[in-house]
Design a protein around this ligand. Structure first.
Ligand SMILES: NC(=O)C1=CN([C@@H]2O[C@H](COP(=O)(O)OP(=O)(O)OC[C@H]3O[C@@H](n4cnc5c(N)ncnc54)[C@H](O)[C@@H]3O)[C@@H](O)[C@H]2O)[C@@H](O)CC1
Ligand SMILES: [K+]
Length: 468
């Protein structure tokens, strides 16, 4: 798990080092990592460094000093002034100053651009000259290594404004919101998190990694049986949307549920013809999934209330989200997308997209349930206010039916005894990891059939079953 730090939290960690370890030179450590990644990206050829007036520019200049020892380096001092010692070091090492016009002209035979214009102090947007340079880098497909973050983004936001499009970003100590929240994250390219010795405290915002999902996955042991692995009841689908029932079954089965019961309105023959291990009808269960593919139903409220009355932890998806029972929903997991979260809050979808963290936290706080906000970035909020981002995946999963599979996966994990927030993080993450390992336009059910081999690889037990 990686803590996500705001710029203020990072600066506080930096101050702590300055106060307690005055001998540590953070800028040199940062510069060394920038130079190392630049050489990894392209080991030879000309480097152009766009240098800003603050410490981000300082990092770029000390990196330039290291690089100029073995390759040509041009410095464009954007504001005409820069970190004094850094500039001396770079020039002494052989870096050459150029103006804006020459910098743009030099892009034609340049191996890497280092964007050291602004970092944590970045205000959204770029001055016109820098915007022109950034656009030229993009148009000429030049590799851009951003120092800390692509200049023009706001470190603390997932929103984008005019900015560099980095192919690599070297950030320090911990990711900031702009590195992990879309659409800003897509401007960062590949993220390299350089350890510069800062002491990172636990925050209420973090991002899960593959190793977490592997470590948490509920693998069966010698003593396991179908009940101890967890029985999940799926009340999903309808006569109008029978496909949702099949998709949630696929999710729950391929995530490893001990038993899947189906109590929804889709024809049982359809379910059994596709998934013969599903048991039709009610019975003992540890968790339930409600809402996927219900469409307009007149008894949504009573079907959701039923789970509350039976103290059954529920995954509440799609149409069931608008029929939440009264009282705290401890142990439940709500799985809205941005439009559904907006309807729950009585605000616009645009507001949810602009303030995803505040919105997902609010619904979790007021309902008592964990809330998984689905989308390009997947956030899981707990009533305490802590938010965990799922492992990032490719956009291939952005299609109809992925949410139905996801609800089934989360139901299986809830039935296995995992806390609701963890079931949400793991469900969203395993789908993303599977899509990452199987790039292409696989349908949600095809992708879910590839999940068992992904899980086996993650938990270290190679699967002997080939994907269908
Ligand atoms: N805080 C830390 O722990 C560390 C910080 N370091 C570096 O220091 C950076 C932060 O340095 P600073 O606080 O000096 O801030 P920056 O260097 O990010 O930027 C500050 C300067 O840029 C100008 N500026 C910001 N946005 C602009 C815009 N859109 N258009 C025009 N001008 C703009 C500001 O007016 C200010 O003069 C970090 O991003 C990182 O690169 C590293 O040296 C290592 C450790
Ligand atoms: K930068």
């Amino acid at each position: 798990m990686r803590q996500i730090l705001t710029s203020a939290q990072l600066r506080a960690a930096e101050r702590h080092i300055f106060d307690t370890r005055p001998d540590v030179d953070l800028m040199s450590l940062a510069a060394r990592e920038v130079a190392r990644v630049t050489d990894l990206v392209e080991p030879t050829g000309k480097v152009i460094v766009a240098v800003g007036p603050g410490n981000n520019g300082g990092d770029g200049l000390f990196a330039a000093a290291l690089l100029a020892e073995h390759r040509p380096v041009l410095l464009w001092l954007v504001n005409g002034r820069a970190h004094e010692e850094g500039l001396i070091a770079a020039v002494v090492a052989g870096a050459q100053e150029v103006d804006a016009v020459s910098a743009i002209g030099a892009l034609a035979d340049c191996a890497v651009v280092i964007d050291a214009f602004t970092g944590l102090g970045s205000r959204p947007g770029l001055p016109p000259q820098v915007a022109t340079f950034a656009a030229a880098c993009e148009a000429q497909a030049v590799q851009v290594v951003a120092v800390d973050l692509p200049s023009g983004l706001d470190a603390d936001l997932g929103r984008v404004s005019t900015s560099f499009q980095a192919t690599h970003t070297v950030t320090f100590a911990a990711p900031k919101p702009c590195h992990v929240q879309q659409p800003a994250a897509a401007r960062c390219g590949r993220i390299h998190i350089a350890d510069i010795g800062l002491d990172i405290q636990e925050t209420n915002q973090r991002i899960a990694e593959e190793a977490d999902i592997a470590g948490w996955w509920p693998s069966p042991d010698e003593g396991s049986d179908k009940y101890s692995r967890g029985v999940v009841t799926l009340d999903t689908g309808s006569e109008s949307y029978p496909g949702a029932a099949l998709l949630s079954c696929a999710g729950a089965l391929h995530a490893g549920a001990g038993m899947v019961r189906y109590t929804g309105r889709a024809p049982s023959g359809l379910i059994l013809s596709r998934f013969p291990s599903v048991v039709i009808g009610d019975g003992r269960a540890e968790a339930t999934v409600l809402g996927s593919g219900w469409g307009d139903t007149d008894n949504a409220a009573s079907r959701v209330e039923w789970a509350k009355l039976h103290n059954l932890p529920a995954v509440v998806d799609a149409d069931a989200l608008y029929s939440l029972p009264r009282g705290r929903l401890d142990g439940w997991l709500l799985t809205p997308h941005a439009g559904e979260l907006a309807r729950l809050l009585g605000c616009t979808r645009a507001h949810v997209e602009a303030e995803p963290l505040a919105c997902v936290r609010e619904v979790s706080r007021t309902s008592g349930a964990a809330v998984l906000l689905k989308g390009a970035t997947q956030y899981v909020a707990e009533p305490s206010g802590r938010v965990t981002l799922a492992v990032r995946g490719p956009a291939w999963t952005a299609r109809a039916g992925s949410g139905d599979v996801l609800a089934g996966i989360c139901g299986a994990l809830l039935a296995a005894g995992l806390p609701a927030w963890k079931a949400g993080v793991m469900g969203a993450s395993i789908q993303a990891i599977t899509a990452g390992r199987n790039p292409g336009p696989y349908t949600p059910d095809e992708l879910s059939a590839r999940m068992p081999s992904t899980i086996a690889e993650l938990v270290g037990q190679p699967s002997s079953v080939s994907p269908t």
